[in-house]
Design a protein around this ligand. Structure first.
Ligand code: HEM
Length: 474
């Protein structure tokens, strides 16, 4: 008896099984997945994504595949990128499970937390952040923000003819967040941690290769150093609080309130857990807000007619104050035109260009199926520059925010739905207080209109945005 038919049948079954497994893994089942390309095995299209930057990468893919949704593979994951107002709506309302690349979590979180599902981390983070971003707390931050902005302007702006705005606004927003969320004012320590943070932010969205000398490995090291410093500080506070037997801290002290946050079982957070959230909070708050501040100042320097209106509004508030009197929450409510200017700057140059989600069950969108296990992403850029929603989209026009403002899901600098930025109000206060302190003192002139802007995790002016500053004679 010949064995040939048996061997043939065995090989056939084996080939079919391998083919089916491959089909499942590569998503080539009879589902109509969005068009696109997943690039090379493992690295996918990560190199192209990092080298082109988010905006150019998305433009290229939309032209090639589909304007609504396309597939790609970045950060080692298959991903559906949703575009336009319908895409934003879909992600904000249907896909609410957060996702961050594990490579980013490895930088931000200590090893035992980097594999915790982000939803668990996110829920705890929310309880934690909620404590320090309550309206009562925010009201108390305004005079602190103003006092720190004054000090910053006196030490880093006054007496200079030219300033590099971007590094300075980063320094200011970092010191402020540190002062409000970490409280410790040891100048050497703040400077040291600020330097570690620079490593973290440049590592976060670099190509994730953890070999000596890469930006990614410097990011991992920076994150570890920051967490070590934070754990020491938290231990010290905890000790002090126990000694003083404090149970109801005041609203000006964010940290002691964070120390009292418990999980659903009433257990206090560990020092390590708290250090994870503080690092994420500092990253979320200082990079995005400093980018917002820098670009508002850039537009004010380029557009004197807009500057004049902002100056008029802010000087009215300045004139109503006594010598040395700090800004209050009520003053901020009067900065209506200035806020519209900030909104327009956030449209043209959104600091956060989108966000990621996890697809937890098969979902359908625009005639395609996005299989469970895919990651998803939304993008601000695909609506903010669409002439259908923003006529003459490149024009800087603060009147777009008067009346009802832009249509829902088209203006999304702070995201939307359940995952919308919880620091939006803090950011509004911080940006307006800073702009107030600059505009009421200086006129601004742009020095290099060609300063190149690169788009990675945040838009960055390559030359740091040098501006000529001219003191008002008042
Ligand atoms: C102009 C400044 C800011 C911008 C443009 C911005 C933008 C955003 C965006 C777009 C998201 C949503 C991401 C997504 O959909 O996945 C987000 C989330 C978040 N932001 Fe902000 N943000 C800013 C300032 C801040 C500040 C000052 C804080 C804290 C004090 C903060 C804390 C957070 C947190 C904790 C989340 C996560 C929310 C969640 O996952 O549920 N942000 N931010």
């Amino acid at each position: 008896m010949t064995l040939f038919p048996y061997i043939f049948a065995l090989l056939l079954i084996l080939s079919i099984s391998v083919f089916l497994v491959w089909m499942k893994q590569s998503g080539h089942t009879n589902m109509k997945v969005p068009p696109g390309s997943c690039g090379w095995p493992v690295v996918g299209e990560s190199f192209r994504y990092v080298s082109l930057g988010t905006q150019h990468f998305i433009s290229e893919k939309r032209k090639k595949y589909s304007t609504d949704v396309f597939k790609t593979s970045i950060f080692g994951q298959k991903m559906a990128v949703f575009c336009g107002a319908q895409g934003n709506k879909f992600v904000f309302t249907k896909l609410i499970t957060s996702w961050w690349p594990v490579t980013v979590k490895k930088i931000l979180f200590s090893p035992e937390f980097s594999h915790t599902p982000l939803d668990e981390t996110s829920a705890a983070m929310h309880r934690f952040v909620h404590e320090i971003l309550k309206p009562e707390a925010l009201k108390n931050y305004v005079p602190v923000m103003d006092a720190m902005a004054r000090e910053h302007v006196e030490s880093d702006w006054d007496g200079n003819e030219v300033v590099k705005v971007h590094p300075l606004s980063k320094k200011y927003t970092f010191e402020l967040a540190y002062r409000l969320f970490v409280k410790e004012i040891d100048v050497e320590q703040v400077t040291r941690i600020f330097k570690h943070f620079a490593l973290v932010t440049s590592g976060m969205f670099s190509v994730p290769i953890n070999l000596p000398g890469t930006a990614y490995s410097r990011g991992v090291k920076g994150g570890k150093l920051i967490r070590e410093e934070l754990v020491k500080i938290i231990k010290k506070w905890r000790q002090e609080m126990m000694e003083k037997n404090e149970t109801s801290p005041s609203y000006t002290d964010s940290l002691s309130r964070m120390l009292l946050v418990t999980d659903e079982n009433g257990k206090f957070m560990s020092e390590k857990e708290m250090s994870n959230y503080i690092i994420a909070l500092l990253i979320g708050s200082y990079e995005s807000t400093s980018t917002a501040v820098s670009f508002v100042l850039k537009y004010l320097a380029e557009l004197p007619h807009i500057y004049d209106e902002v100056y008029k509004e802010l000087m009215e508030i300045a004139k109503s104050k006594r010598e040395g009197e700090l800004l209050t929450w009520e003053d901020i409510q009067k900065m209506r035109y200035s806020w519209n200017v900030v909104c327009e700057s956030l449209r043209l140059m959104p600091p956060v260009q989108g966000g990621f989600r996890e697809v937890v069950s098969d979902v359908s969108f625009s005639g395609f199926t996005i299989p469970k296990g895919y990651k998803a992403s939304w993008t601000a850029y695909t609506t903010h520059k669409d002439p259908e929603y923003f006529p003459d989209p490149e024009k800087f026009d603060p009147s777009r925010y008067e009346g009802n403002g832009p249509a829902i899901y088209t203006y999304v600098p702070f995201g939307g739905g359940a995952r919308m930025c919880c620091g939006k109000e803090y950011a509004r206060l911080e940006v307006l207080v800073f702009i107030y302190n600059i505009v009421t003192r200086f006129r601004l002139e742009i020095i290099n209109p060609q300063d190149k802007i690169v788009f990675h995790s945040f838009p960055i002016p390559m030359e740091g945005l040098p501006l000529r500053i001219i003191r008002h004679n008042i």
